[in-house]
Design a binder for this molecule. Structure first.
Ligand SMILES: NC(=O)c1ccc[n+]([C@@H]2O[C@H](COP(=O)([O-])OP(=O)(O)OC[C@H]3O[C@@H](n4cnc5c(N)ncnc54)[C@H](OP(=O)(O)O)[C@@H]3O)[C@@H](O)[C@H]2O)c1
Length: 338
């Protein structure tokens, strides 16, 4: 079978995805080519398809920021990567460490540089990450976006401390990683979700307490009650403006509220602090150094990302549709034949 790649024609939603033959790429200086084994979806990939992501997709770009592959060729000047390595990539092509700059967020795989939904990918050497050996290909293809942002939320500027309470809002990809990483740090985890079925699975994943927001629409009161009226030290809000006021209401004195979710407001948002003394910040994924720190923890704890479903490459559009409409619990992955 000849190599194939999906291409995205933005603003046409899932109708903008098409598949075409892919010539075998050759790495330039400082680049690496990998034969893709699996790739996975994130909310941003739906936003890129529908044209609501802040960085517009380049017409015809190969989508997806998350994937895993085997290195088949290494360009001049590349060190630390060898043919045969099983690798993934960072979200941003060149954010290796230190503070995030606007220039970093302007270069992303699957948006304005060809991503993982193809037989081959060309990676900038700065962005190549070796994956933990114990992970399957679908698991290794799940770390880049949701994993790293959840890790960054819980470890920067200082890690969550054992015994602190972390409230996690949402039950998507980011939230599930956050539950696992918060538990890894010895935190007490409180989750807000929308169904009894998801609540059960969140408990199995390590959440100590789960609130069903359909049963308790004013869930901030339940969180305050659980914490003796004090509130929680950390909130990872993986929804965004629709839940931000409630997230703030749950914050203890000097709490850290990390807003990851980018869902738009459903009602006007006024004074998010509401008289409370705490810090709210919005973060976007993480650096190569964050990814490597996360992988050290993933290896040490033999942690595994939650996978909802794995579909074959020729069903990639169905994978998008299932991710959008199927209310998954965990990652939706596309796998390629070896
Ligand atoms: N800043 C970053 O670096 C970054 C990285 C990754 C993702 N994101 C953003 O973070 C958000 C979550 O991403 P994801 O990949 O985890 O998405 P996802 O897998 O699509 O999950 C979204 C979850 O949000 C919950 N939700 C939606 N509306 C809600 C509401 N009004 N109140 C409470 N919960 C609500 C739902 O949980 P229930 O089923 O429990 O209701 C749903 O499962 C998205 O906006 C995405 O764009 C940002």
């Amino acid at each position: 079978m000849s190599a194939l790649a999906y291409h995205l024609d933005p603003l046409h939603d899932l109708d903008g995805l098409s598949v075409r033959p892919q010539p075998l790429p050759q790495p330039g200086p400082g680049q690496v080519v990998a034969r893709v084994r699996a790739a996975s979806l994130n909310r941003r990939d739906l936003m890129l398809a529908e044209g609501t992501y802040p960085l517009p997709a380049v017409p015809g770009v190969v989508p997806l920021s998350d994937g895993v592959g085997e290195v088949t060729a290494v360009g001049a000047g590349v060190t630390g990567v060898t043919v045969g390595d099983r690798v993934t990539s960072t979200y941003y092509l060149h954010w290796t460490d230190g503070p995030q700059r606007l220039a970093h967020v302007r270069e992303q795989y699957g948006a304005n540089h060809d991503g993982w939904l193809a037989r081959y990918i060309t990676l900038e050497a700065d962005s190549v990450i070796q994956v933990p050996d114990h992970l399957t290909d679908p698991e290794a293809a799940s770390l880049t976006c949701g994993g790293v942002v959840a890790w960054a939320a819980l470890t920067k500027p200082a890690p969550v401390r054992p015994g602190e309470t972390v409230l996690i809002v949402g039950t998507g990809v980011v939230a599930l990683f956050a539950v696992q990483f918060a538990r890894m740090h010895g935190a007490r985890v409180v989750c807000v979700t929308s169904s009894a079925g998801k609540a059960k699975r969140l408990r199995e994943l390590g959440a100590g307490e789960v609130i069903d927001r359909n049963q308790a629409p004013a869930w901030e009161h339940a969180v305050l009650e659980m914490t003796g009226g004090d509130g929680v030290e950390h909130v990872v809000d993986a929804v965004g403006l629709p839940t931000m006021a409630k997230s703030v209401a749950c914050g203890a004195f000097n709490a850290r509220i990390t807003v990851i979710g980018a869902f738009p407001a459903t009602e006007p948002v006024t004074d998010p602090f509401g008289g409370r003394y705490l810090a709210i910040r919005r973060i976007a994924v993480g650096s190569r150094a964050d990814f490597e720190a996360m992988n050290r923890a993933v290896r040490a704890h033999r942690m595994r990302p939650v996978i909802d479903r794995v579909l074959p490459f020729d069903e990639a559009v169905q994978a998008y549709r299932y991710f959008r409409d199927g209310n998954p619990f965990g990652k939706v992955v596309v796998e390629l034949q070896p």
